[in-house]
Design a protein around this ligand. Structure first.
Ligand SMILES: [Zn+2]
Length: 354
């Protein structure tokens, strides 16, 4: 599991440029899927096998990024975020500064660093501001001029991700894109375990979507390519087990099992499908948590909007949308165990509404 999470999370797959992740999945899933296809917007859909209601496990390929909006005379890259910014400046918890950067372009990838002027040059009497504005941050790719940068294929529209390696730290795994590559690792292992088996209660599909982070765009067209009776969206789950959040709001913890999410800011998930996941966990003595989330959404909302009964299964994750997204390997393994148990034992009735 660790090697798979490390490999997937270290692939560069910013929103809108998910090709390295989708290429990797197409290759890996092709080794065990009965059918695999790439849709026009670059989602990947793979049929694993089985008979019964058509069930999709859905993860997203894209990761948080910043967009190059201009290049300075001296070759620095100026940035805007990947999302529609309504604050006019970076929020306090958006923290790329001093991280290794990777500029992702159609011509190739270029290393850099996310930088801001240090206290030595803007401190003291110059330090009037207590909040960053977008233009206080930039990427330094070690060039000396705009021409040098442009010659490498970098200009407005290029994407920049933070790019630390994925490491074990104590009980945890920490890296840049647990959201949502750990989900794709879970889906990959479930697919490998269930391919070729004859005891599935479903016709099982895996899906990897694009552009989740900017509004669930890839998931919105999945059913135009393939109809599904039900789906389980897989994504990061929020925890309150660190200094700061209120445990009354976020009772879930790392290492206490996957989290079934009944509702978030984007959707009310299928109550029965969520209940069935909790029941499958209990019947198989797999640790399980349940929660509701504010300030959070998932591909599941896009699927429900298109008529697919959908549950959301998450793995506890600290420091979401940061360069140090942190998970516990046991939660990922328990997510696999739960999905395998659910798919092999449960037979979802088509005639039962959500
Ligand atoms: Zn996600």
């Amino acid at each position: 599991m660790f090697e798979l999470v490390k490999e997937l999370s270290e692939l560069p797959g910013p929103t809108g440029h998910e090709d390295p992740v989708q290429d990797w999945l197409y290759g890996r899933w092709s080794t065990f899927a009965k059918d695999i296809r790439r849709t026009r917007v670059n989602n990947i859909l793979a049929r694993i096998g089985g008979n019964g209601p058509r069930l999709a496990l859905v993860g997203h390929a894209d990761e948080i990024c910043l967009m190059v909006k201009s290049v300075s005379d001296y070759g620095f890259l100026h940035l805007w975020p990947y999302y529609r910014d309504q604050l006019g400046r970076p929020p306090r918890w958006f923290t790329p500064i001093n991280q290794p950067a990777l500029v992702v372009t159609s011509a190739g990838n270029i290393p850099g660093v996310f930088a801001t002027a240090s206290g030595h040059v803007v401190g003291g009497r110059n330090s009037q501001k207590d909040q960053f504005e977008w233009n206080d941050w930039f990427v330094d790719v070690g060039a000396r001029s705009r021409d040098e940068v442009e010659a490498q294929g970098v200009g407005p529209g290029a994407r920049v991700i933070w790019n630390p390696e994925t490491r074990r730290i104590g009980h945890n795994i920490t890296g840049k894109a647990m959201d949502d590559r750990a989900a794709l690792a879970i889906a990959t292992i479930v697919g490998e375990r269930l391919a070729g088996r004859h005891d599935l209660g479903y016709e099982l599909w895996l899906a990897s979507t694009v552009q989740e982070e900017n509004g669930l765009l890839g998931a919105a067209s999945l059913v135009d390519e393939q109809q599904f009776d039900c789906a389980i969206a897989l994504d990061v789950g929020l925890t309150g087990d660190i200094p700061g959040p209120d445990e009354r709001d976020f009772p879930a913890k790392l290492g206490a099992g996957p989290i079934v999410v009944y509702q978030d800011a984007s959707a009310h998930y299928s109550r029965r499908l969520c209940d069935d996941l909790v029941a499958a966990a209990k019947a198989n003595e797999i640790p399980i948590q349940s929660a509701v989330f504010q300030n959070y959404g998932s591909d599941g909302a896009a699927l429900i909007r298109r008529g697919v009964k959908t549950a959301l299964l998450t793995y506890p994750t600290r420091y979401t949308h940061s360069p140090i997204e942190t998970v516990d390997q046991s939660d990922l393994e328990h997510s696999v165990d739960l999905l395998v148990a659910f798919i092999t034992s449960g037979r979802e009735r088509k005639d039962r509404p959500s």
